[in-house]
Design a protein around this ligand. Sequence first.
Ligand code: AKG
Ligand code: MN
Length: 200
Amino acid sequence: MAHLRVAGFDVHKSYLDLAAQKSLLDVVRGLVTKAPLMALTTPGGKKMSVRMTAAGRYGWITDQQGYRYDPMHPNGTPWPEIPEDILRIWNELTGYDREPDCCLINFYGEGARMGLHQDKDEKSFDWPVVSVSLGDEGLFRMGGVARGGKTQSIWVQSGDVVVMDGAARLAHHGVDRIRFGSSTLLPKGGRINLTLRVVS
Ligand SMILES: O=C(O)CCC(=O)C(=O)O
Ligand SMILES: [Mn+2]
């Protein structure tokens, strides 16, 4: 299970050292104070186990009306700006001249998971998805662009950054489970994922 061999899929192990993880955690705490985490409901009426919020011009939300990007938090306020510390990770790793306009913030508490899916609500798939892990380790599963194909899994740890570009941009992926309490970064346990995307 050690290495994922999918073109366009890059795992930057320990990209953020402990000091950088701690300072990023403070940044995320600031964002969550402005834009509280929510337990969203899928169009099918199921409550998601991962709690979410966002920063940037758009946040991804779901409710009975469907999946979509919205310029407002459901509480009626615009999302906070994406902080420089987060944009820097994108700029260092992608080298593109476009910055992301959405930073999705996912919080996995004990037992939370995210089913296999594609990120395909964006207008264009020409830019990568950059995904930062903080806190407890998560079992990240990656498949192909077509549904139902072979998948491979890796444990992503605090400070790891995953980039999905090219052929991997539309690959199926998800998080089967986390090892709750495996990291001490978050005093009460849990995993934070930041997913950066160009939406429009
Ligand atoms: O938590 C992760 O590592 C993946 C999150 C994800 O795929 C998403 O938010 O679309
Ligand atoms: Mn995704």
